[in-house]
Design a protein around this ligand. Structure first.
Ligand code: HEC
Ligand code: HEC
Ligand code: HEC
Ligand code: HEC
Ligand code: HEC
Ligand code: HEC
Ligand code: HEC
Ligand code: HEC
Ligand code: HEC
Ligand code: HEC
Length: 336
């Protein structure tokens, strides 16, 4: 077929296809089952909303859910709500979180009659989270609305399981914070396994030392107003101000360091001297030829030549030792 004949053929086929789909759409939308499905997606569960559902008390729930209660009884919520309720909502125990249960008790196959927190139950995430936030908004969750996690439709129950005491504190879905985060963040788990890493796998810190999973005003979910304020909250000696500042340090620690882990020592983003040479032309201040790739300590010996003594080990830092800045009156070149 010639190229010319194809043009009109295509136009005709496209027109026919459009006509077909619009007819189909007309029919589909007028069909009662389709309207029903559209509306169902838009409604929120009856139990959270329906005025006719009423509270029936935890004894009624336990009649059918004694199994779930065996685990629940150990949890902090169970103890608080049963032994020391602060208000009428807490006294309702199960229904404080799951909503009024009278309709569910009569028809437990209809999933819309009860707020469920498992994926299979199908209660919209927003409805689930509203239940928890009724008691837990503000505080650490001030920035939850609009946070990356909320925006990605995470439910409180993705990280928390109040039905069973899996973790010592915070009612998490896994025994530790790091395991909880790493179920989704596999890439970060790999980073923390690199040769040089923050002492997180050793149990000396956790993701929440640096991040607030509930949201923050600083991306990405950082617990401080900037990367540098975060890092210097523990590494105070790097905070400055210094007499002689090194500009990239003031700007962001991330210019030279990885936050989680790196295959270069001291969490550096690249090996030295390349780290420094990314920004400093090798010819600056002194002859650049000592520091080209074949003359690093490693490459030099691989090629059979003698490694340049000036690039061995800490390389540039053999002379410019104070890379984070200097307080010495004569430290203008960061050398002391
Ligand atoms: C007459 C028995 C009965 C009573 C009473 C009852 N439930 Fe249920 N409930 C069930 C059954 C059966 C299911 C499972 C239905 C299914 O999987 O299709 C269920 C499911 C649930 C679920 C959803 C579980 C999931 O998969 O996420 C929740 C939550 C729940 N019930 C809470 C309650 C609460 C709270 C009360 C008390 C207000 C209560 N139930 C009272 C029988 C009962
Ligand atoms: C603090 C809020 C809270 C309270 C109080 C609470 N639940 Fe739950 N419930 C949840 C969450 C969250 C889940 C989802 C847990 C998960 O991911 O497995 C859940 C899950 C369930 C399930 C599904 C099966 C399971 O265990 O995962 C049932 C059934 C249930 N709850 C019943 C009850 C009953 C009965 C009570 C009272 C004895 C109760 N819940 C009290 C929050 C609560
Ligand atoms: C009726 C109020 C109420 C509701 C609803 C509620 N909580 Fe709580 N929650 C409390 C109280 C009270 C405590 C214990 C005291 C405190 O820390 O404020 C608590 C404690 C917690 C803790 C800390 C537990 C620990 O062991 O340190 C977490 C986590 C938590 N709630 C998560 C949730 C989640 C997730 C939901 C929704 C599924 C939820 N809560 C629903 C009242 C509530
Ligand atoms: C991405 C995981 C994650 C999500 C989603 C999440 N949390 Fe948490 N939450 C945690 C971790 C981790 C801790 C422990 C923090 C710590 O020890 O500093 C915690 C602690 C808490 C605590 C006890 C300490 C405090 O901050 O008061 C409450 C209450 C709580 N979460 C409620 C909620 C509620 C309500 C939601 C849903 C709006 C939610 N969480 C969503 C991970 C999460
Ligand atoms: C249920 C899955 C899930 C869990 C569990 C989870 N996250 Fe996330 N997290 C996500 C998703 C989805 C995103 C957004 C997409 C992305 O960047 O990968 C995200 C993004 C992030 C970001 C980047 C935020 C930004 O603004 O770019 C940080 C930081 C983060 N999570 C930290 C944590 C921490 C800390 C925990 C444990 C307390 C945790 N996450 C647990 C799913 C999860
Ligand atoms: C020492 C502090 C620190 C710890 C501990 C830490 N992070 Fe981070 N994380 C950061 C910083 C800083 C950034 C931002 C890096 C940047 O801006 O380039 C970051 C970025 C992220 C991002 C976004 C990555 C991207 O490419 O956008 C995720 C997701 C994340 N961290 C998850 C985690 C998880 C999960 C844990 C625990 C297993 C964890 N972090 C522990 C400091 C930390
Ligand atoms: C919660 C405290 C804390 C925060 C926040 C923190 N660190 Fe650390 N950092 C540590 C600890 C603890 C060590 C391990 C020290 C040791 O083992 O002697 C460490 C080690 C290091 C090391 C040396 C690693 C090695 O291989 O010797 C570097 C580099 C470093 N941190 C940079 C940073 C940067 C950059 C940030 C900001 C993203 C940061 N730190 C945030 C606590 C913290
Ligand atoms: C210009 C690159 C650069 C920047 C930017 C930088 N560092 Fe470093 N940092 C290094 C180098 C190179 C080393 C290795 C030092 C050595 O071997 O003596 C190091 C080592 C470290 C160490 C471990 C050894 C020690 O001196 O305690 C910590 C902690 C550290 N840096 C924290 C920070 C913090 C916090 C920031 C941000 C305020 C930061 N660094 C910004 C280059 C940099
Ligand atoms: C992200 C870019 C960047 C990296 C990486 C970097 N520097 Fe710098 N450095 C600068 C900037 C910008 C200045 C300020 C230059 C100026 O004021 O003219 C500076 C200044 C200096 C000075 C002082 C020069 C003067 O004129 O006062 C020395 C010495 C120095 N850097 C050494 C190093 C060493 C050694 C490394 C590797 C550990 C390194 N730099 C890594 C950007 C960088
Ligand atoms: C053998 C010691 C030594 C080594 C190794 C060394 N420098 Fe220098 N560097 C100096 C001295 C001395 C000066 C001061 C020269 C002057 O004042 O004119 C200097 C000056 C500088 C300056 C400032 C230049 C200017 O114009 O003010 C920069 C930037 C610099 N060096 C970067 C580096 C980098 C990057 C490396 C590694 C690739 C490095 N140096 C390795 C001794 C060294």
């Amino acid at each position: 077929m010639s190229g010319k004949a194809l043009g009109p053929m295509r136009a005709w086929a496209a027109g026919a296809l459009r006509a077909f789909w619009s007819l189909w759409a007309l029919w589909a939308l007028s069909a009662p089952w389709a309207l029903g499905a559209l509306l169902a997606g838009a409604t929120i569960p009856a139990a959270a909303q329906q005025p006719q559902a009423s509270y029936i008390g935890e004894k009624a729930c336990l009649g059918c859910h004694s199994q779930e209660n065996r685990h629940f009884a150990d949890s902090l919520h169970a103890k608080m709500f049963r032994l020391n309720p602060r208000n009428a909502r807490e006294e309702r125990v199960c229904e404080a979180c799951h909503g009024p249960g009278s309709l569910h008790a009569k028809d437990n196959a209809n999933k819309e009659l009860m707020v469920g927190f498992t994926r299979g139950w199908g209660t919209p995430v927003q409805t689930q989270n509203d239940m928890c936030m009724g008691c837990h908004q503000g505080g650490n969750r001030l920035h939850w609305p609009g946070s990356t996690h909320a925006g990605n439709q995470l439910a409180c129950a993705d990280c928390h399981n109040p039905m069973e005491r899996v973790s010592l504190t915070s009612a998490l879905v896994k025994p530790t914070i790091n395991e909880t985060c790493q179920t989704c963040h596999r890439q970060q788990r790999v980073e923390f396994n690199k040769r040089s890493h923050m002492p997180l796998p050793e149990g000396k810190m956790s993701c929440v030392d640096c991040h607030n999973p509930h949201g923050s005003s600083t991306r990405p979910l950082l617990k401080a107003e900037s990367v540098n304020m975060l890092c210097t909250s523990c590494h105070a000696e790097k905070r400055g101000p210094m007499l002689w500042e090194h500009a990239p340090v003031r700007e962001s620690c991330m210019n030279c360091h990885q936050p989680h882990g790196s295959n270069h020592e001291k969490l550096l983003v690249s090996a030295r001297p390349q780290l420094c040479q990314q920004c400093h032309s090798p010819a600056v201040g002194h002859p650049g030829q000592f520091y080209n790739a074949s003359q690093t300590a490693a490459a030099g010996s691989q090629l059979g030549g003698a490694p340049s003594p000036r690039t061995i080990g800490r390389s540039c830092q053999n002379c410019h030792s104070q890379v984070h800045g200097s307080n010495h009156p004569a430290g203008a070149r960061l050398q002391r």
